[in-house]
Design a protein around this ligand. Structure first.
Ligand code: BES
Ligand code: MN
Ligand code: ZN
Length: 495
């Protein structure tokens, strides 16, 4: 999809479909007024008859009598005083769903006269692009009957005369880079476990490096990991026919000497629970247990497109968690790369076992300025925060604040949970330095407590995306979160 800024004046504009936003007070914007006058006052009549309620998500498609636009789509935005990024996205998503079922090739969103509280007007275009891309996303690789091809191939935004073109153009760039990243993340997440294996992810990372001069990829195989001493990570793949992979992607946009900001992704391509086997219901959803890794791939995609002046290193701990004669058993004790020993009481608490070695590897080999891990780590996080908010924990207040702020700005929110020392004793083991589970209370916090023991010397934060990475039920699928937050965080870092 081509996204651009419409710089022509209202009289010069042309499109197959002009999208006109309306709040519930039904006041026409200058653009809507102009189109109304050149189209037989169609819109005024509808407004006067109160035939359109303008609720967020309602739309009305009109055939236009104007020479300039073939179609007019009224897009409801809801109540003006309740307007926020989420309602904007909901509205644009609904509008795009209508447009994509017409023969429209070029759509023009006339966003002039609308402002989002706390945001400059450029953000309207950025959030709109994210919503448009969301509406147009299809995953039909495994359908023999493909979805109908959508004719829409160019979207432009009119933001009025008194705007800073460069600012909006930058927002459009960021919006489309984030949208590409989100789409990469969704597709990796949606791929089934028999296709998207640790080896598949490693190949994917090599392709990314091949297509981007600023990115290089290195992959450590099981032999290499064993020689380094990553026995915790390897204990997870022990029961699988699929070998684990430690994937490192380095983006160099800053000075060679700048320490990198590191993203570590949990890449469990299928989590059966291992010997501590999960119940059968909805077990298919455990193919999404690599969504942390997928979000790191998505963020690297966005970063490669935007080329910020910063160094970013991605580390993916990829493995499949399966039961087998060679699988790790409850009670087994392993030595981590850090030297600390772990009594594995539940093989289903495998995410922390791969992440701990990845964290130590990052510390030993990549000298991070900051490190953020992203993981579908605990069912408990869904109980605590539901599906709207990502869990955030960490050992550094300023890093945590930077992530929270980036999430708020990018409309991809997180909420911090405490990491008080008191919780650490839940990990005490009779036989090893620690055990890998902390009991039922505060499951998200004790999981993070476990990770914190491997991040003591680093500025570290942990994002638990168990509730936000995918949607269950009839419309199940990966969401692409938290790519917007992570990309925003890194763009802010680059200044
Ligand atoms: N991948 C799961 C966490 C998960 C569960 C994410 C459901 C999304 C939906 C993780 O590996 C896991 O199994 N965690 C266990 C930990 C427990 C054994 C301490 C959990 O949350 O039940
Ligand atoms: Mn598990
Ligand atoms: Zn898992």
């Amino acid at each position: 999809m081509k996204y651009s800024l419409e710089k022509r004046a209202l009289e010069k504009q042309q499109s197959d479909c002009i999208v006109l936003p309306l709040f519930e007070d039904l006041q026409l914007s200058p653009a809507a007024n102009y189109v109304d006058q050149s189209s037989g006052n169609n819109i005024t009549k509808i407004v006067e008859r109160k035939d359109f309620d303008a609720k967020a998500g309602s739309t009305m498609l009109l055939s236009s009598e104007s020479e300039q636009h073939t179609r007019i789509l009224l897009m409801g935005l809801g109540k003006q005083d309740a307007f926020n990024p989420a309602t904007l996205k909901k509205s644009v998503l609904a509008a795009t769903n209508v447009v994509k079922n017409t023969q429209t090739k070029t759509a023009l969103f006339a966003l002039s006269g609308i402002t989002l509280p706390d945001y400059s007007s450029a953000w309207l275009a950025r959030f709109s692009i994210e919503a448009i891309s969301d509406a147009l996303y299809v995953f039909d690789e495994f359908k023999t009957q493909k979805a109908d091809k959508v004719t829409l191939d160019a979207v432009s935004f009119y933001c009025g005369e008194d705007i800073d073109d460069a600012l909006v153009e930058q927002a459009i760039k960021e919006g489309s880079a984030i949208a590409s990243g989100v789409s990469v993340t969704k597709t990796l997440g949606n791929l089934p476990g028999n296709i998207c294996t640790p080896t598949y992810l490693a190949e994917k990372a090599k392709v990314i490096a091949k297509n981007n001069n600023a990115i290089s990829t290195t992959v450590l195989d099981e032999k290499k990991m064993a020689s380094l001493g990553m026995h915790s990570l390897l204990s997870v793949s022990a029961g699988s026919e699929e070998p684990a992979q430690l994937i490192v992607m380095e983006y160099k946009g800053g000075n060679a000497s700048d320490r990198p900001h590191i993203l570590v992704g949990k890449g469990i391509t299928f989590d059966s629970g291992g010997i501590s086997l999960k119940p059968g219901e909805a077990m298919d959803e455990m193919k999404y247990d690599m969504c942390g890794a997928a979000s790191v791939f998505g963020t690297m995609t966005a970063i490669a497109e935007l080329q910020p002046a910063i160094n970013v290193t991605a580390i993916i701990a990829a493995a499949e968690n399966m039961p087998d004669g060679k699988a790790t058993k409850p009670g087994d004790i392993v030595t981590t790369l850090s030297g600390q020993t772990v009594e594995i009481l539940n093989t289903d608490a495998e995410g922390r076992l791969v992440l701990c070695d990845a964290l130590t590897y990052a510390e030993q080999h990549h000298n991070p300025a900051s490190i953020v891990d992203i993981a579908t780590l605990t069912g408990a996080c869904i109980i605590a925060l539901g599906h709207h908010t990502t869990g955030l924990l960490g050992n550094d207040d300023s890093l945590a604040d930077e992530l929270l702020n980036a999430g708020t700005k990018a409309a991809d929110k997180a909420w911090r949970l405490p990491l008080f020392d008191e919780y650490q004793t839940q990990l005490d083991s009779n036989f090893a330095d620690m055990q890998n589970i902390g009991g039922r209370p505060a499951g998200t916090i004790t999981a993070a407590c476990f990770l914190s023991r491997f991040a003591k010397e680093m500025k570290w934060a942990h994002l638990d995306i168990a509730g936000t990475a995918w949607t269950s039920g009839k419309n199940k699928g990966a969401t692409g979160r938290p790519v917007p937050m992570l990309t925003q965080y890194l763009l802010n870092k680059a200044g």
